[in-house]
Ligand binder design. Structure first.
Ligand SMILES: NC(=O)c1ccc[n+]([C@@H]2O[C@H](COP(=O)([O-])OP(=O)(O)OC[C@H]3O[C@@H](n4cnc5c(N)ncnc54)[C@H](O)[C@@H]3O)[C@@H](O)[C@H]2O)c1
Length: 249
């Protein structure tokens, strides 16, 4: 079992991370576990109460956090969110996690803008604040992007695009940022509520070698590792965290 207080992954005590969509699910785990290993966390979410809930949990555990209500599809809210986050210090790290659920009823163009377009907007505004030594970002993609074709049509398209753009950053913006991505498999968050109990869920779980969904914590540690100084030579990688599901496809 991991004991977070015994690891720091090489982060420095004053390092700050911006985590988008950190009010719930994978983002919340990343924020809480990041704080547990010493990062100051700007907890971004569309929903103010979700952001405040995560920030309060961090502070109650002795960590440092600020809640930021920001919709990552909105440029003005991103700029305001970055300004508020900077109250914690220089923003060396970014986790682009927020994105619409695959079950959302969205038009193709709109969905791409909301998923990969929003990550691009946040990262561009963040990088535009100026160069910081050893800055790093992690984008949250999905096994639905590069390995498995899933419905609806926009979801695997957007998730593959996130990885293509991550590779671009790694190749062409390495003067500014070290960029990697995580591809979670099925993860037990509210957007998959009830899935593992359903007939189809049970069938899918038998195809995953580890026979279960990931916990949000398990995805968060992969994100934090890629972000961290311990991963200082990892650039342009896609880390699949899926219990071995896709190697069996
Ligand atoms: N759960 C899975 O099985 C799974 C699998 C692969 C990839 N992912 C990816 O992981 C990421 C997080 O998913 P999750 O399952 O933790 O979701 P979740 O629904 O549990 O939490 C997402 C959080 O993001 C916030 N959010 C949504 N849109 C936002 C926006 N425009 N601006 C700011 N905040 C916003 C929500 O309010 C919510 O608090 C997503 O990018 C998702 O595509 C999830």
């Amino acid at each position: 079992m991991i004991v977070p207080s015994q690891i720091s992954l090489g982060f420095s005590p004053d390092d700050v991370v911006v985590v988008t969509g950190a009010g719930r699910g994978i983002g919340r785990s990343t924020a809480i576990n990041g704080a547990a290993i010493g990062l100051k966390v700007a907890v971004w979410d569309l929903d103010a109460s979700f952001a405040e809930d995560t920030a309060k949990a961090i502070v109650a555990a002795g960590g440092r956090a600020v809640a930021v209500t920001a919709d990552v599809t909105d440029a003005a809210q991103i700029d305001a969110g970055l300004a508020k986050s900077a109250e914690l210090g220089e923003l060396r790290y970014l986790v682009n996690n927020a994105g619409p659920a695959s079950a959302s009823q969205l038009e193709f163009d709109e969905a791409l803008e909301m998923s990969v377009g929003s990550m691009h907007k946040v990262a561009t505004a963040w990088m535009g604040r100026g160069r910081l030594d050893d800055a790093a970002l992690v984008n949250v993609a999905s096994v639905a992007g590069n390995v498995i074709g899933t419905a609806p049509e926009w979801y695997p398209t957007a998730k593959a695009a996130i990885m293509g753009w991550t590779r671009h950053l790694a190749a062409y913006r390495s003067d500014v940022v070290r960029a990697n991505a995580v591809a979670p498999g099925m993860t037990d968050t509210r957007r998959l509520a009830g899935f593992k109990e359903s007939d189809v869920g049970q069938r899918v779980l038998t195809r995953i070698p580890l026979r279960r969904m990931a916990t949000p914590d398990e995805i968060s540690w992969a994100i934090l590792f890629l972000l961290s100084p311990l991963a200082s030579y990892v650039n342009g990688a896609l880390l699949t965290v899926d219990g071995g599901w896709t190697v069996t496809q």
